[in-house]
Design a protein around this ligand. Structure first.
Ligand code: NDP
Length: 397
């Protein structure tokens, strides 16, 4: 029985709050804090059970530390933006609170994801007897657990990994992102890196395209190779990997708009002078784009996110595909959010539950593939993210 503080009242915050509220035996008290309190209140109004709401600027370590001192939660679930990660980790250390997030820290002025800043907290969390769980969303998150699960139960040695994130969802907007627009655009426009024979190989953004057919009659989709943060942790904690790649599907309309917006400078992250003010183009663009938290009612179709692993078992080469399929409309009916927020929010709740149940409570800073995958996988089946493993005869992208 623990008090938990959720920081961030966006699309993911909505789901994680609702999911935690359903398990009062673990999350006995929920405090939801964000920059704009009325967004917290709107989420709390949807929840069947008490949720207290607060306003906080999580960039301000002093303000957040003071709030944590008053509230004394056992755990903070950080579903604000990656920019706040270090400030929230600092506040958790100051007060003695466990920590969980879904996206790794990045600075505002460079669109580059790296775990080095958060891994540098390892000794401090360990010495304080506190757990920090990094990247407990779907990808990163469930995909790291999928990889660990295949490595534990299906393969003696895992050699090649392809993480494939398909969003077959459709809404009526010509251009919208399925999570925070600024973070999404920074991620997609960054140069591509994949792991090959002991190092990262860099190629231009979205320059490698392939076609992937999803299981369960979901159809075929164009997918593009891109860098994603779990490649850094997975290649560190599974050094036997000879190749690791991440792929994401994009519609032609999304790519066409992204190209034009990029060409005119609207995806830039450097401040520009406008009418006597400094503005960051991508942040201005975000104010014009649909709020991902509001996409749920108009998004139809499914997501299919999983990992294909090629490796060796009993001396023979084997290929396994492990995946989850989620239906946008089913998610919306359940929690009022589309499947990207849903898959992320449920995974964050599961990571939090495992810490509070003592199953993943371990002083230090951890990525999910470093912990036993079995309890996470069991909880996925229990809380709306059923998964499946199939053996493939062949696989090429
Ligand atoms: P949203 O933009 O919908 O929500 C972010 C929330 O954080 C907003 O409510 C925002 O407040 C709040 N916030 C921003 N800055 C601060 C601050 N300084 N102090 C307090 N609150 C703040 O984003 P999403 O819900 O789509 O995404 C949330 C996180 O989840 C992101 O980090 C994203 O990268 C991650 N994510 C991870 C995925 C995974 O699979 N691992 C997949 C999808 C997302 P306000 O609205 O007032 O500005």
């Amino acid at each position: 029985m623990s008090r938990v503080m959720i920081i961030g009242a966006g699309g993911v915050g909505n789901v994680v709050t609702q999911m935690c509220a359903r398990i009062p035996g673990v999350f006995s008290e929920i405090v939801l804090a964000s920059r704009t309190r009325k967004k917290c209140d709107a989420i709390a109004a949807r929840v069947d059970g008490p949720v207290r709401t607060l306003q906080v600027d999580a960039d301000n370590v002093g303000e957040l530390t003071a709030l944590l001192e008053v509230e004394r939660p056992a755990l903070v679930i950080n579903v604000a933006l990656p920019y706040q990660d270090l400030a929230i980790m600092d506040a958790c250390l100051a007060v003695g609170v466990h920590y969980l997030d879904t996206a790794n820290y990045e600075t505002r002025d460079t669109a580059k994801f790296e775990y080095k800043w958060q891994w540098a907290y390892q000794d401090r969390f360990e010495m304080a007897g506190l757990t920090a769980l990094l990247g407990s969303g779907f990808d990163p998150g469930a995909t790291n657990v999928f990889t660990a699960y295949l490595a534990k139960h299906y393969l003696d040695e895992i050699r090649e990994l392809d993480i494939i994130d398909i969003n077959g969802g459709e809404h009526d907007y010509p251009f919208a992102t399925n999570f925070n627009p600024e973070i999404n655009i920074r991620e997609v426009t960054a140069e591509c890196r994949h792991w090959e024979q002991g190092g990262f190989v860099t190629t231009p953004a979205l320059s490698t395209k392939a076609r992937f057919t999803c299981p369960d009659d979901m159809g075929s989709f164009d997918i593009y190779c891109m860098y994603h943060e779990e490649l850094e942790s997975l290649t560190r904690f599974h050094p036997e990997l000879r190749r690791a790649r991440f792929w994401m599907s994009f519609s032609d309309s999304y790519l066409k708009h992204l190209e034009v917006l990029g060409n005119v400078g609207m995806t830039g992250i450097e401040p520009v002078e406008h009418d006597g003010h400094k503005i960051v183009p991508v942040q201005f663009l975000q104010t014009l784009l649909p709020d991902p938290a509001g996409l749920g009612s108009r998004t139809t179709g499914k997501t299919c996110i999983g990992c294909v692993a090629r490796g060796i078992r009993d001396g023979e080469e084997k290929i396994f595909y492990i995946y989850n399929i989620c239906d946008h409309q089913v998610c919306f009916a359940e929690v009022g959010s589309q499947a990207v927020s849903y898959t992320t929010g449920v995974s964050a709740m599961i990571g939090a539950k495992l810490i509070l149940e003592d199953k993943w409570l371990r002083p230090g800073v951890w990525n999910l593939e470093q912990l036993d995958p079995d309890p996470f996988m069991e909880n996925m089946n229990r809380y709306g993210l059923p998964w499946n493993v199939i053996e493939l005869d062949s696989f090429e992208l």
